[in-house]
Design a protein around this ligand. Sequence first.
Ligand code: ATP
Ligand code: AH0
Length: 379
Amino acid sequence: MHDAVTVLGLMSGTSMDGIDVALLSTDGERLTDRGRGLSYPYPLDARDRVREASKAAWRIWGPHVKSHAVDPEDMALLEAVEREVTELHAKAISDFLDAFGLSRKDINLIGFHGQTVFHDASRRITRQLGNGPLLAQLARIDVVHDFRSADVAAGGQGAPLVPVYHRAVSDEIGFEKPLAVVNIGGIANITWIDADGTVIAFDIGPGNCMLDEWMQQEAGLAFDRNGEAALRGKVDKAVLKRLASHPFYRRKPPKSLDRYDLPGLKERELSLEDGAATLTALTAREIAACAEFLPKRPRRWVLAGGGAKNPAIVQAIAEAVREPVISADEMGWSAEHFEAEAFGFLAVRALRKLPLTFPLTTGVQRPLTGGRLARAPRG
Ligand SMILES: Nc1ncnc2c1ncn2[C@@H]1O[C@H](COP(=O)(O)OP(=O)(O)OP(=O)(O)O)[C@@H](O)[C@H]1O
Ligand SMILES: CC(=O)N[C@H]1[C@@H]2OC[C@@H](O2)[C@@H](O)[C@@H]1O[C@H](C)C(=O)O
């Protein structure tokens, strides 16, 4: 057995709202000293620039792009935003260490996911903004970064990566298996864990991304706080049927999504409340329906990610499945910092050359390690 490493995991998810930081100790298999996590929202202007960068990434790598004549302005924008995102991560690390009275010498390693701005596994392209060597230099701590490229290059989906972490955490708790862990972030994904350790995972469909966009576009709100709009609205069945007819949902795993792959509602197509109710129903319906791809129904559904804090989503899922549904927080797992912790865990696995992805998670042919190490300047 290896010694445990004290690692900081950093995640900035598809909601593009900020940086989650979590601290844990792990040897890459077992986890100890978990539970300390904090979130650092992006300043509003930085958030806008990250969104601009994802549009630039679409112009550079989108499937419609025939020529490789890349607009240098788009490239320059990506570079500038990558630097800014990296500096914001360095600031989050230093604020996190201050908040817990720690120094950089207490931390052995950082797992740095970066900000996804483009993902199309079928064309073997996945791009996270985040400069690992620069972060290692700024934080003066070794950094593992670029977690998805090796998997995508080997023909995998490059996502989801958290399943191996979900399995490690679920091993700590004696729940009956099979267990389904559903992360409801911008996009929702599932990890199904059987008693013999078999793990199946894939992206399901929207978590909150369509709903967030709807609330932003129709009401200038960042999201449907506590599901208030959805709970007041009525599901439009015809619209729901149209949204759910996208072929992605019935495609067999392995499969992964980019934030903009699936169409949402058109502008002013429904009232604010009915639109929120309909998008909430879509998220819940596809989460429940994804059980069709599992060899056995889960005995329990654990919900994590920001969507687990939305009572309208949780209630709709509980109505759509027949098994008990609980939140990761109720299990003593931190729903909020789950993914950040996962990338700390994955960083240690990467350092030890342990596999991150598997045939039944990303569809890669053989279990595969990943990530790249950027060393901090010595001294
Ligand atoms: N109190 C709340 N009520 C309703 N929704 C909420 C609440 N808190 C968070 N959310 C939702 O959760 C979203 C953020 O979720 P999360 O931080 O898990 O996403 P992410 O990590 O960016 O995404 P991903 O897992 O896809 O990378 C918000 O945009 C919002 O839609
Ligand atoms: C390309 C990319 O960043 N994908 C994210 C995204 O956000 C949720 C879903 O889509 C997920 O599969 C993945 O992130 C999680 C953390 C993962 O890889 O497990």
